[in-house]
Design a protein around this ligand. Structure first.
Ligand code: PA5
Length: 427
């Protein structure tokens, strides 16, 4: 199994007992053939498959150049929603220190339409020289478009059009959409989201690479991890291929009426990662009346809220646990008086206690009828995260093909838009 990540099917037998594992394997392999052979639905959206391997030195260099000019400002505002921001936010919160980070402050806007949030962000940035990175593939998504209007309006009042060209960069389609037109009209620097890569598969494009590089993340290592994972997933057989195994396991769970998958994370900094994962699987698989519902818990805190449901509620769930083997050395101090009766833990590492909780929870959930899979990562760094994200993207595509749905479209999101635009009186 791959070095960077390890899969432990803690209770695979529970699942495979009702389903023929050989059939699952054959189905996963067939789905992989469809994916790699580019013969399935949505095959014109497979640009992400080779991207980490094929991205050129020139492209990386251009991103790093722009990133270093962004670093000369006081903050970066990233405008985007869904696939146009979730990957960036998840990597950033996984890899930057929550309180003492010295890197450029990054703020996210346009990922919802909350007036309180945007008003406060605008007032925080009042008079500051910040950089604006507007990201939208279609260029027409309402939430980011509105946020862009606010921030552009703020900068336009304070800077000349020449100066704006140094403070705003747009990441969008190469030729289509009103944002592309705007970008060209104002001669703003821009980065391209390739035609053959959809939002939730765009984490290794400038969508995330530019803001991440500006925030001091080593994007070369991120791509290196993804490229290594690409080679592994392309070249290994089922028994050594974590993505095929994960997809087969999910499919077998689904067929055993376990239709909700809970991603459990034990690090505060992985909460956003779970949001990225939910979008990836939810938007890719939930269609044609099919699909596993992806949800997540932050443990151990959610053991004090949702833990009861997981342990004893309806038995329709299975759990995928992200286990980070090394994280933050913090030793529990010895207290002579032991007033809190915690000396039995003194001199032990807080992270070890956290991982012991993880093991205890796994056991409890399994005995409560929740099949569990543990995905272990040695530590959180750029390379491992790149590998992990590529692994999930690949398994997601395989898993969707196993279900018989197109992983790369999202026709369902149009329904609310039609209603909203009608109510808003859009001409
Ligand atoms: O995965 C997707 O395609 C979507 O989640 C999009 O990323 C999201 O709707 C934002 O779209 P756009 O980048 O066109 O504004």
């Amino acid at each position: 199994m791959v070095k960077m990540i390890r899969l432990d099917f803690e209770s695979i037998r529970d699942i495979s007992s009702s389903i023929d594992p050989e059939r699952m394997r054959a189905k996963a392999e067939e789905a992989q053939r469809i994916l790699e052979g580019r013969t399935g639905e949505g095959s014109d959206f497979l640009g992400w498959l080779e991207l980490p391997v094929q991205i050129s030195e020139g492209e990386i260099h251009a991103l790093e150049e722009m990133a270093s000019s962004i670093q000369k400002t006081e903050a970066l505002v990233v405008i985007g929603i869904g696939g146009s921001y979730l990957g960036t936010r998840s990597i950033l919160s996984a890899l930057t220190k929550p309180f003492t980070s010295k890197s450029l402050p990054v703020y996210f806007a346009g990922w919802q339409m909350d007036a309180l949030y945007h008003k406060d962000l605008l007032s925080l940035l009042k008079g500051k020289k910040y950089f604006l990175n507007m990201i939208s593939k279609s260029g027409s998504t309402l939430e980011p478009a509105l946020a862009f209007r606010f921030f552009w309006n703020d900068l336009e009042k304070r800077y000349s059009s020449k100066e704006l060209q140094e403070l705003v960069a747009v990441t969008t389609d190469s030729s289509k959409g009103s944002l592309r037109k705007f970008t060209d009209n104002h001669s703003l620097p821009s980065f391209i989201i390739p035609d053959d890569i959809g939002g939730r598969f765009s984490v290794f494009t400038p969508v995330a690479l530019l803001p991440l590089a500006a925030a001091g993340i080593n994007i070369r290592k991120l791509l290196e991890g993804a490229a290594e994972m690409r080679m592994i997933l392309q070249q290994t057989q089922f028994t050594e291929n974590p993505a095929l195994q994960y997809a087969a396991y999910r499919h077998s769970s689904y067929n055993s009426c376990k239709k909700i998958e809970i991603l459990a994370v034990y690090q505060a900094c992985l909460g956003s990662f779970a949001e990225w994962w939910k979008q990836l699987f939810g938007e890719s698989e939930g269609k044609d009346g099919k699909g596993i519902f992806p949800t997540s818990v932050n443990l151990s805190s959610d053991l004090h809220s949702l833990g009861q449901w997981i342990q004893e509620g309806e038995r329709s769930v299975f759990e995928t646990v992200l286990d980070i083997e090394e994280a933050g050395e913090l030793e529990i101090p010895y207290e002579a008086k032991d007033e809190d009766h915690l000396n039995y833990l003194s001199k032990r590492k807080l992270h070890d206690v956290n991982r012991t909780a993880l093991k205890a929870v796994l056991k409890a959930h399994q005995s409560g009828g929740v099949p569990c899979l543990r995905i272990s990562l040695e530590k959180l760094d750029e390379k491992n995260l790149g590998a992990l994200m590529y692994f999930f993207m690949y398994s997601c595509a395989v898993s969707a093909y196993m279900l018989g749905v197109n992983p790369f479209d999202q026709p369902g999101v149009e329904s609310y838009k039609k209603n909203m635009f009608r109510l808003l009186g859009k001409p």
